[in-house]
Design a binder for this molecule. Sequence first.
Ligand code: ADP
Length: 485
Amino acid sequence: IVDRLKSSGLWRTKGLIGGKWIDAYDGKTIEVNNPASGDVIASVACMGERETKDAISSAYDAFSHWSKLTANDRSNRLRNWYNLLLEHKEELAQLITLEQGKPLKEAIGEVGYGASFIEFFAEEAKRIYGDVIPATLSDRRLFVIKQPVGVVAAITPWNFPLAMIARKVGPALACGCTVVIKPSELTPLTALAAAELALQSGIPPGVLNVVMGDAPKIGNSLVASPQVRKITFTGSTAVGKKLMAGAAETVKKVSLELGGNAPCIVFDDADLEVAIKGSLATKFRNSGQTCVCANRLLVQEGIYEKFTKAFSNAVQDLKVGNGLSEGVAQGPLINEAAVQKVDSFVQDAVSKGAKVLLGGKRHSLGMTFYEPTVIGDVKNEMLIASQEVFGPVAPVLKFKTEEEAIQIANDTNAGLAAYIFTNSIKRSWRVSEALEYGIVGVNEGLVSTEVAPFGGFKQSGLGREGSKYGMDDYLEIKYICMGNM
Ligand code: ADP
């Protein structure tokens, strides 16, 4: 498969600066691994400060041209990019599975999902409306126009190597901004392939640049540059806080999509089948490695036994293996550190009285595979419930009342996604409104879509991605007052 991908025209291993594919200036490279086998699949440019500065300059220079194109023109080019992404769905999905590990079916889903942001924002490009405000003096006319913020730095994680980029670059380019992307060093190949398709689609040189390698060095250069007007980041809360603090020096705009600690609340009055299906989908998608994955299953005492039994049975059926193999539902975790973290959380829970109902250890396949796991009798203070596990482990907590469930659910610094399962419409509203979360799924485990706003309360982040609101983060509002008319 690697050989086929190498000859596809999408196999890029250099950075993209000003429309040119560039090696690291000191020739350094970094290896990209297949987490399912440990094989090295590529060596890519390992860049740092100097390359980042040049990428910022390219983006800065390109801004004056790109931001002045008509909205229609930018829209058409984004639409071309969307079409090319879909045309190359198979190859992009294979790249995602190779470097990230998720099952091919999920990778194909990610390409469709990622591309949908480019399509959506190609359309939104044409709807950047202003306002005319009734003036307080009769000889004045007051206007509001919206303008692109300027050069955007987009720092993205490895769990959705394509979609996290599309979600940021789509609206940025639609608004007329130019971008420097820093993909995760673990999954650069998908980002580079997408950038190649952007070039082919008529997005001019310099409008979209990609640098990768030394994350802190690149990150610091992006944050320090006065030419970069906005940082948009998806990743860990710790790095997000650092970037936000760094951005203060130049008062950049900041959008952050950080960690979650999603509660998935199953009430006694839930439809058991719907609850099992929804919890399974939200917990085990991408082997639990998404920030909207259920991190804690809160199950009411009346349905607890029935639910844990049926849920464990369903989890047992998940096939673990190489994402490229037929029928596999659970790929490997991204790296050894991830498995160690997951395993240490499981050990911590067990040592504090939780019970392993299924799995609970590394998978016999070795590498970074972990057994899909269900743990009962979990308490909210255990690491497995208070920290983001980011792995295929479902901790189940028992609760008595709705008030108690809401209290446990909100007892965290995170506030990204939450899920509730109930057949009561009153309870749906009551609990949805009480949850301190940016996204609530009611009787539904998969809620992400390009047409709806994605983002968190509290320490889960700032700003929203997707939907009409996703444009706001890339626009400045300008008030124009015409006097003495
Ligand atoms: P994750 O837990 O998802 O790996 P990280 O926050 O470590 O979360 O990574 C998300 C992105 O942030 C990646 O592109 C990574 O390279 C980048 N990153 C990590 N450390 C820094 C840093 N100090 N400055 C800027 N970016 C960073």
